[in-house]
Design a protein around this ligand. Structure first.
Ligand code: 5RP
Length: 222
């Protein structure tokens, strides 16, 4: 199977999970990226079952609306039973690195409101220890150099994502070389640096369920 076929398989499995676990008339949280895009396409035929969706990025909002899915402002929503999103890396504890698409802050906000976080990923994303994928950190533009110095003190090598501005008008530093032995502690530590909006470690609020695409089929963890 190609990587896209694995992503399509987990996207369909996630649409089935949502149909079984999110009540009719509820609001679905939708992530960002190529796997999330397959999920949007798989969810579209069932759109009349749901009141609408909350999008974790402008790109996701556009794709949902392209399918005729109503997209709601999170401030008008009290409860999101299920949030479905991809990951750049995920470990056995369902801690993740996210933000390869630069949507980490809105993804973390929607995840914080969601009852159940379902991560969808092809098998290449499951790792023993996270950190091979550079950790994205969203930064207020005027603080970029300061934050980069602080991240270097933590042992990382930050690289400014060239020509990229987030949906929130900020910059991304991609940090290579961090030893992620304590994901929760490192997530909290980096978020304490003044000028950091948030970082792409999702360990304080990890996924609840992983749907992993493998050659043998979709494996469910959690
Ligand atoms: C975007 C993300 C994505 O979920 C992550 O980058 C995975 O993307 P893809 O499904 O394209 O591999 O965090 O900010």
């Amino acid at each position: 199977m190609t990587q896209d076929e694995l992503k399509q398989a987990v996207a369909q499995a996630a649409a089935d999970y949502v149909a079984a676990n999110a009540p009719a008339g509820s609001i679905i949280g939708v992530g960002t990226g190529s796997t999330a895009n397959f999920f949007i396409d798989a969810l579209a035929p069932l759109k009349d079952r749901y009141r609408g969706a909350v999008a974790s990025s402008e790109a996701t909002r556009r794709r949902l609306e392209g399918h005729g899915f109503p997209v709601l402002d999170l401030n008008d929503v009290e409860h999101i039973p299920v949030y479905v999103d991809g990951a750049d890396e995920i470990d056995a504890g369902l801690n993740m690195i996210k933000g390869g698409g630069g949507a980490l802050t809105r993804e973390k906000i929607v995840a914080a409101v969601a009852g159940t976080f379902v991560c969808i990923a092809d098998g290449s994303k499951l790792v023993d220890t996270m950190g091979k994928f550079p950790l994205p950190v969203e930064v207020i533009p005027m603080a970029c150099a300061h934050v980069a110095r602080e991240l270097t003190k933590l042992g990382g090598t930050p690289v400014l994502r060239a020509g990229f501005v987030t949906d929130n008008g900020n910059l991304i530093l991609d940090v290579k070389g961090l030893a992620i032995t304590d994901p929760k502690g490192l997530e909290a530590r980096i978020n304490q640096i003044v000028g950091v909006v948030t970082n792409g470690l999702f360990a304080v609020r990890p996924a609840d369920v992983l749907l992993l695409g493998t050659a043998e089929g979709v494996r469910r963890i959690g």
